[in-house]
Design a protein around this ligand. Sequence first.
Ligand code: URA
Ligand code: CA
Length: 440
Amino acid sequence: MEILSLIEAKKQGKALTREQIRYFAKGAADNSIPDYQLAALLMAIRLKGMDARETADLTMEMAASGHMLSPDVGGVPVDKHSTGGVGDTTTLILAPLVAACGGKVLKMSGRGLGHTGGTVDKMESIAGMKVELPEDEFVDIVRRTGCAVVGQSAHLAPADKTLYALRDVTGTVDSIPLIASSILSKKFAAGAHAIVLDVKCGTGALMPTLDSAIELAKTMADIGAHAGRRIIAVVSGMDEPLGSHVGNALEVKEAIDVLAGRTSGPLKDVALYLGSQMLVAAGVQPDEKAALTALEEALNSGRGLEKLKEMIIAQGGDGRVCDDTGLLPAAPVIRKVSAPCDGYLEKVDGVALGLAAQQMGAGRIRKGDAIDPAVGFVMEIRMGDHVQAGDPICTLHARTEESALQAEARILNALTFSPAPTAPARLLHALVTAQGVEHL
Ligand code: URA
Ligand code: CA
């Protein structure tokens, strides 16, 4: 086969065959096709698109470009993936809750990227927690406790590794078939058979508009239908941080508070909704209503929190944080931010808030930077809330006074107040399966 014939075919808008797509994925994984030709084909795909069959073929061939796990976890391995949010700790809530309801959650997570936090970084704020575990160990933990949250291993889907790096520097990230196949190839290679996707839409999300988020969700659900895997996609809003806590240890604390029944609100609601879809996708519960009832029972009885503790201990961590969140790393400088004026919170720049936390040390500025687990902030108001000038609106947890001052300026800049009443943010927009789109 000849790479030029693939580039020519796609340039003219023709569909590529499974064999051609296999050649492309293999050539990306083993470096037998030079980057300039891969990049030319990526641009042709970005401009001419791919149909559902091609997109599914690309996903499966990228997954098969390296080692594929088929873990025996004693049930259907179910995973959840979010396209990236701020203050989004749903994984740490729903992995133990779904496990407490009989699901087998094998969750491979990423590290923080830009303004978004990463579950693996959050977990590492718990003393002793190991997230880089050999395959047989994490599979054994899922078999015994029902859940494990580990880092995405670098050798899965090597074609994606090459193609993602090239897309980043060739203006070809924003292609729905390329995004969908990139995300799902890694999930398929990690052995997930039931997958719930949380596709975020809003300012700063991968998909800024509702229509584009629904299109990505539908593309991924259709890949599942082609590949024989159960995929349910939820389109949710990301117009402000989901929880009130932003920062690694702070987000772990908030997850524990939700599981302990001390905190409710959007983070809990979205976690329960995504968890219910996981139980349905895995075939553990027949429908959303039965699944929600089971999850609420696990939460209210404390079995969810107990399960989180079991998982933390199984992964080498200090499980006592579940009983005493005071054991989590704490920042030395605590400072309140006050409302600059009377009014209603109208708009929140989620990206700017994420970047404020990153600048405080909660995220990496450069690849390989160490992160500070203790720092971040807690928002005390949400969109639609009314404040008076001087009211506390946020609590900063900073390493130094200087860092607190900088964060305060960034956070105030990210908030827009209005004299007239404003609406709270929409949380759940749509439920998307291969069968169709249900607006929520
Ligand atoms: N996340 C991925 O893994 N791949 C993409 O292409 C976009 C987001
Ligand atoms: Ca190369």
